[in-house]
Design a protein around this ligand. Sequence first.
Ligand code: PMP
Length: 340
Amino acid sequence: MEDNMTQMTSEPSVRSATETQSGLDASRRPYIWVNGQLVPKDEAAVSVFDHGLLYGDGVFEGIRVYNGKIFKCEQHMDRLYKCCEQIFIDLESHVSREEMVEIQRKCIEANGIQNGYIRLVVTRGVGTLGLNPYQCPEPGVICIADKISLFEPEMYEQGMRVVVANRPKTPIECLDPRIKTLNYLNNILAKCEAIHLSQKMGITEPSEQLLEVIMLSTDGKVAEGSGDNIFVVKDGKVFTPPSDVGILEGITRRFVKDVLCPACDVEIEERYFELDEVLSADEVFLTGSAAEMIAVREVLEHTDLEVTKTHTISQGEGPITKKLRAKFTEIVTSDDVPED
Ligand code: PMP
């Protein structure tokens, strides 16, 4: 299919002081991969007829780059291609896994990223105004590699304050949260509960802000944050909800379960639990590619943006969270960052 959505940058005739090794003008970073071409940020655009835009019809990945390596690249590719299959996008026949990894490496290089974040987006592609996905012959592929800083650095030492969202998670039978689709409104509107509460309470200190929520399933089980998985520590053991509660099976969650807990000799179990077990926990922490690992020190409940209860979980980051996070940091700052 002819690509008329992006334009190639013209090669500068004179090498400027900001020119990178690859011959790209560094002042125009980040360079972004859009449907087959690497273009500077101000030229990166998609068609208004892309169903990713019109209907949130697509999937995405958020991936960390540590020491120039794509952290858990294989697992991210597994999830991306599986999610595409689940929404009937035949990505493999348009872009192979190897090509997808190559696209990411190109973006990292073009933007001089040693430590940063990759956002990979696969859209249904350009089609008609109707819903029919089969009118979109070719999926859209976008790759953004850039720097990232999600929460204030002090929050990682002190722990963050979170809000219990009143809006439940979309049930699996409606739209399975295990599929990382471009439909994030359920999560965004839950997150807005925390932000609006923060604004209403007049919180201005950055590390005190309410920026994350605990979302529950429609039958009251603890599910996850708006963009992170949740873990609870009680009597030295760690537990986290199973994926069939209706949560994203986070790559960081799996890293905690399969690598960090065994390495730190900490027992970990997947099991259902309700909010009372969060509120009576010794420690609570959240994980995600963007957030990495962050402790929760306080949980607020609200009704219509009026705080009804405030629960202190721990004074700052608890000892087990600290130990696991130290291991996490050790691995991702080593010369041997895992790409498997
Ligand atoms: N849950 C949700 C809803 C998320 O958006 C994310 C971030 N992608 C996570 C959990 C954590 O997943 P991961 O560790 O793969 O980033």
